[in-house]
Design a protein. Structure first.
Length: 407
């Protein structure tokens, strides 16, 4: 997750948007309020809990739906409203280029490595890490961004948590055997939900900084209120509004300055569409529930200086993940992006040991790398030669099939 909403002053609403989003005659939102109830059981964004309509006083004149929404959600949430898509990305072309799949062809006789990035950013922070793993193993690796992260506001806004889940599952299903998944930030709860819905999708999971609970607990309260407010507004207006499609919240870069200095530039959105923030809240809850169903080996890592994810997360997962092969690692000087921060060497060592043990269990009759030294040039040549021969053999088989069909 490369950015998270931060509490700020609410911004004014464009007059045209105010006119467009006024409630129908006879409904006054000026005194609306949400009861203080926890939101625990909603399954998706279409059916969040709705507060009772008795909390609305229809007798008072005036008031606008937008100002009421800000009141319901909380003024500190920093909601901003816009008719056109906001300029939330400095270099959309650069983001689009980095968001594309990054494939490192290699040996496929062992479980391949599948990487996913976090919210509002790309899979780019995994690249150097994946290349280093390949340099010491030659194992086939693929890096992806979460669904909807193509550099456009519309795609980011309109992609739901369920689509993140289905896209990750579809990509994992392409492999001949279940891959080992490397997930970062928001893709961690997504991965847990994939494994719950489709057991055996992953041979193992390496998870970094899963946002099952945010350090900024006020933000979670704002999101819960926003989900309830959106349901309330829809239930009382003539045109269902889809109000929050027009709203966003500011974000901060989750990679701190030290990580930015040590790692390569990772573009991310400066604003987060409210529907996307809601999807984050949904997948937080689903992923945490799914943790109780995880049976594959899990290696979870988190920095003690992570300013996005709460330090409570490790204990939350320790209580839930039933796998006997789960291990936890914390890093005193680690931030949110361990794979690019100053603790990246120790994180690599811990992950490499986990991978070696896991691969030996999964493939007891195959040569498993130790990840301690770079593989030889001869080994790389053998891997590349094997890949080329496989492509040629596949092509010959296709040509032979075409000839048989013609005969």
């Amino acid at each position: 997750m490369a950015g998270l909403p931060q509490p700020q002053e609410s911004q004014s609403v464009a007059p045209a948007l105010k006119r467009e989003l006024q409630p129908h005659e006879g409904v006054d939102f000026s005194q609306a309020s949400l009861p203080s109830l926890p939101i625990q059981n909603f399954e998706d964004l279409r059916e969040p809990p709705c507060p009772p309509t008795s909390d609305i006083d229809h007798s008072l004149p005036g008031g606008s739906v937008l100002s009421t929404v800000e009141k319901l959600v909380g003024e500190g949430a920093g909601l901003s409203w816009h008719v056109a898509d906001p300029k939330a990305l400095d270099r959309p072309g650069y983001f689009e280029r980095l968001s594309k799949p990054f494939i490192i062809p290699g040996r496929t006789d062992l479980s391949s490595f599948l990487f996913f990035g976090g919210l509002t950013a790309t899979g780019y922070p995994w690249r150097d890490f994946a290349l280093k793993l390949f340099d010491r193993s030659g194992i086939h690796s693929e890096i992806y961004s979460l669904a909807g992260h193509d550099g456009t506001w519309k795609s980011l806004r309109d992609t739901t948590a369920d689509q993140w889940v289905s896209d990750m599952h579809e990509k994992a299903s392409r492999f001949e055997r279940p891959p080992i998944l490397f997930c970062y930030s928001t893709s961690v709860p997504v991965a847990f939900e994939v494994e719950r819905r489709f057991p055996g999708t992953f041979a193992a999971i390496v998870a970094v900084a899963g946002p099952f609970k945010l350090r900024n607990e006020r933000l979670e309260t704002y999101l819960d209120r926003g989900i309830a407010a959106s349901r309330l507004i829809r239930s009382l207006t003539l045109n269902a509004l889809r109000l929050f499609r027009f709203a966003s919240v500011p974000s901060e870069d989750s990679v701190d300055r030290e990580e930015q200095r040590l790692g390569k530039r990772n573009p991310s959105f400066r604003k987060i569409p409210i529907p996307t923030a809601f999807s984050l809240r949904v997948i937080q809850k689903k992923g945490l529930r799914a943790a109780s169903d995880i049976q594959c080996p899990v290696c979870y890592l988190q920095g003690e200086k992570d300013h996005v994810v709460s330090s409570d997360v490790i204990e939350m997962l320790r209580e839930r993940i039933p796998s006997q092969r789960v291990e936890f690692h914390t890093y005193e000087n680690g931030g949110h992006g361990l794979q690019i921060g100053q603790e990246k060497k120790q994180a690599f060592t811990d992950i490499a040991r986990f991978l070696e043990r896991t691969l030996r269990e999964l493939h007891p009759n195959r040569a498993v790398p130790t990840f301690e030294q770079r593989i030889s040039r001869n080994a790389v040549s053998l891997f590349v030669t094997g890949l080329v021969e496989a492509v040629i053999a596949k092509r010959r088989a296709q040509i032979g099939g075409d000839h048989d069909a013609l005969a």
